[in-house]
Design a protein around this ligand. Structure first.
Ligand code: FES
Length: 144
Protein backbone atom coordinates (compact mmCIF):
# COMPACT_ATOMS: atom_id res chain seq x y z
CA UNK A 1 0.00 0.00 0.00
CA UNK A 2 1.26 3.48 -0.89
CA UNK A 3 1.89 5.76 2.05
CA UNK A 4 0.44 9.23 1.53
CA UNK A 5 2.64 12.23 2.15
CA UNK A 6 1.40 14.94 4.50
CA UNK A 7 -0.30 17.21 1.94
CA UNK A 8 -2.16 14.38 0.19
CA UNK A 9 -3.39 13.10 3.53
CA UNK A 10 -4.60 16.60 4.42
CA UNK A 11 -6.51 16.88 1.15
CA UNK A 12 -8.21 13.55 1.73
CA UNK A 13 -9.01 14.51 5.31
CA UNK A 14 -10.65 17.72 4.10
CA UNK A 15 -12.72 15.93 1.45
CA UNK A 16 -16.38 15.76 2.42
CA UNK A 17 -18.29 13.36 0.15
CA UNK A 18 -21.60 14.79 1.33
CA UNK A 19 -20.85 17.98 -0.62
CA UNK A 20 -21.18 15.97 -3.82
CA UNK A 21 -24.82 15.32 -3.00
CA UNK A 22 -25.57 18.87 -1.85
CA UNK A 23 -24.14 20.56 -4.94
CA UNK A 24 -26.67 22.15 -7.24
CA UNK A 25 -26.63 21.47 -10.94
CA UNK A 26 -25.08 24.89 -11.49
CA UNK A 27 -22.18 24.10 -9.15
CA UNK A 28 -21.62 20.82 -10.95
CA UNK A 29 -21.48 22.62 -14.30
CA UNK A 30 -19.08 25.20 -12.88
CA UNK A 31 -16.72 22.49 -11.68
CA UNK A 32 -16.83 20.89 -15.11
CA UNK A 33 -16.19 24.28 -16.68
CA UNK A 34 -13.22 24.99 -14.46
CA UNK A 35 -11.65 21.69 -15.49
CA UNK A 36 -11.78 22.19 -19.25
CA UNK A 37 -12.31 25.95 -19.66
CA UNK A 38 -15.49 25.30 -21.60
CA UNK A 39 -18.94 26.39 -20.54
CA UNK A 40 -22.39 26.03 -22.05
CA UNK A 41 -24.52 29.06 -22.88
CA UNK A 42 -28.12 29.06 -23.99
CA UNK A 43 -29.78 31.40 -26.49
CA UNK A 44 -33.55 31.63 -26.82
CA UNK A 45 -34.78 33.21 -30.04
CA UNK A 46 -37.83 35.43 -30.14
CA UNK A 47 -39.86 32.47 -31.48
CA UNK A 48 -38.84 30.34 -28.50
CA UNK A 49 -36.20 28.26 -30.30
CA UNK A 50 -33.45 27.42 -27.83
CA UNK A 51 -29.86 26.86 -28.93
CA UNK A 52 -27.13 25.68 -26.57
CA UNK A 53 -23.51 26.30 -27.52
CA UNK A 54 -20.26 25.41 -25.77
CA UNK A 55 -17.69 28.17 -25.58
CA UNK A 56 -14.25 28.71 -24.11
CA UNK A 57 -13.85 30.95 -21.12
CA UNK A 58 -12.22 34.24 -22.07
CA UNK A 59 -14.22 34.44 -25.30
CA UNK A 60 -17.12 36.84 -25.60
CA UNK A 61 -20.69 35.65 -25.76
CA UNK A 62 -20.84 37.23 -29.22
CA UNK A 63 -17.77 35.21 -30.33
CA UNK A 64 -19.51 32.00 -29.26
CA UNK A 65 -22.72 32.89 -31.10
CA UNK A 66 -21.03 33.96 -34.33
CA UNK A 67 -18.70 30.94 -34.33
CA UNK A 68 -21.83 28.83 -34.82
CA UNK A 69 -23.52 31.33 -37.18
CA UNK A 70 -26.35 31.74 -34.72
CA UNK A 71 -29.09 33.70 -36.42
CA UNK A 72 -30.26 36.52 -34.21
CA UNK A 73 -26.77 37.84 -33.45
CA UNK A 74 -25.54 40.01 -36.32
CA UNK A 75 -22.46 41.53 -34.65
CA UNK A 76 -21.71 43.71 -37.65
CA UNK A 77 -18.77 45.50 -36.04
CA UNK A 78 -17.12 42.31 -34.82
CA UNK A 79 -17.05 43.40 -31.21
CA UNK A 80 -15.78 46.96 -31.59
CA UNK A 81 -18.95 48.20 -29.88
CA UNK A 82 -20.07 50.41 -32.73
CA UNK A 83 -23.12 48.53 -34.05
CA UNK A 84 -25.41 47.33 -31.23
CA UNK A 85 -26.43 44.35 -33.41
CA UNK A 86 -25.29 41.85 -30.79
CA UNK A 87 -28.05 42.80 -28.36
CA UNK A 88 -29.20 40.12 -25.88
CA UNK A 89 -31.47 40.15 -22.86
CA UNK A 90 -29.81 38.32 -19.98
CA UNK A 91 -31.80 35.94 -17.81
CA UNK A 92 -32.34 37.66 -14.45
CA UNK A 93 -30.69 34.71 -12.67
CA UNK A 94 -27.40 35.62 -14.38
CA UNK A 95 -27.71 39.38 -14.77
CA UNK A 96 -26.30 40.07 -11.32
CA UNK A 97 -23.27 37.87 -12.01
CA UNK A 98 -22.12 40.09 -14.86
CA UNK A 99 -19.97 43.15 -14.33
CA UNK A 100 -22.16 46.19 -14.90
CA UNK A 101 -22.17 47.74 -18.35
CA UNK A 102 -19.68 50.57 -18.69
CA UNK A 103 -20.63 53.99 -20.04
CA UNK A 104 -19.75 53.09 -23.64
CA UNK A 105 -21.90 49.98 -23.58
CA UNK A 106 -24.76 51.87 -21.96
CA UNK A 107 -24.49 54.49 -24.68
CA UNK A 108 -24.61 51.87 -27.46
CA UNK A 109 -27.59 50.15 -25.86
CA UNK A 110 -29.57 53.27 -26.79
CA UNK A 111 -29.18 52.24 -30.44
CA UNK A 112 -30.56 48.70 -30.34
CA UNK A 113 -33.23 47.93 -32.96
CA UNK A 114 -35.57 46.54 -30.33
CA UNK A 115 -35.70 48.92 -27.37
CA UNK A 116 -33.42 47.86 -24.57
CA UNK A 117 -34.81 46.19 -21.47
CA UNK A 118 -33.45 46.33 -17.91
CA UNK A 119 -31.26 43.25 -18.49
CA UNK A 120 -30.20 44.16 -22.02
CA UNK A 121 -26.50 43.81 -22.79
CA UNK A 122 -24.23 43.77 -25.80
CA UNK A 123 -23.04 40.19 -26.13
CA UNK A 124 -19.63 41.34 -27.36
CA UNK A 125 -19.05 42.81 -23.90
CA UNK A 126 -19.89 39.65 -21.95
CA UNK A 127 -16.73 37.64 -21.31
CA UNK A 128 -17.35 33.98 -20.52
CA UNK A 129 -16.11 32.67 -17.20
CA UNK A 130 -16.66 29.44 -15.28
CA UNK A 131 -19.21 31.26 -13.11
CA UNK A 132 -21.33 31.91 -16.20
CA UNK A 133 -21.73 28.22 -17.08
CA UNK A 134 -25.39 27.80 -17.99
CA UNK A 135 -25.83 31.49 -18.89
CA UNK A 136 -29.16 32.00 -20.58
CA UNK A 137 -30.05 34.94 -22.80
CA UNK A 138 -32.99 35.85 -25.00
CA UNK A 139 -32.48 37.30 -28.45
CA UNK A 140 -34.49 40.32 -29.57
CA UNK A 141 -36.91 39.87 -32.48
CA UNK A 142 -34.57 41.89 -34.68
CA UNK A 143 -31.09 43.42 -34.62
CA UNK A 144 -31.97 45.98 -37.37
S1 FES B 1 -20.68 43.35 -32.07
FE1 FES B 1 -21.05 45.44 -32.55
S2 FES B 1 -21.61 46.30 -30.65
FE2 FES B 1 -21.29 44.21 -30.18
Amino acid sequence: MTKLNGSAANILAAFDPSTLIKNTSHEHHSRKAAMNNTITVHFTAADGTRTSIEGKTGKSLMDVATSKNLSGIAADCGGLMTCATCHVIVDPAYASQLPPADTEELAMLAFTAVPRQPNSRLSCQIVLSAALDGLSVTLPASQY
